[in-house]
Design a protein around this ligand. Sequence first.
Ligand SMILES: *[C@@H]1O[C@H](CO)[C@@H](O)[C@H](O)[C@H]1NC(C)=O
Length: 142
Amino acid sequence: MKILVLLLLVGVAKGMYYTNCELASVLQSAGMDGYAGVSLANWVCLAYSESSYNTQAIDYDSDGSTDYGIFQINDRWWCSNGQFPSYNGCGISCSELLTNNITADIACAKIIVDQQGISAWYGWQDKCEGQDVSQYIAGCDV
Ligand SMILES: *[C@@H]1O[C@H](CO)[C@@H](O)[C@H](O)[C@H]1NC(C)=O
């Protein structure tokens, strides 16, 4: 049942998918290249690994919390979904993380990486750490 609901939500939440180069350009303008020592290619790899560049990605974790948006930011620690108590370290509503304007996602990602480092994202650990990530921005005008 839980899986069915998830599939339905994924089906509905089409949203906007950035291309890798669009995302690289937006992230670069926002000062993410080298932010907290993390290269632009690593940020793009992280976003691909976490959301496939889908600004409306929503995923449910086994601990009952939910991850939102292009960086899959968690509602137990970083944003509030208005339904249960959250530490809300970014001081935002989770719905702000699902718009095509990823300004809030970037600001929150900066707070997360400042506090926990890039390893806070399991997707980065799985797909990007120790890998040649240059392909994620290869050919982009950044
Ligand atoms: C995105 O949101 C930010 C903050 O609300 C705003 O300053 C900016 O102008 C918006 N960008 C676009 C392209 O709408």
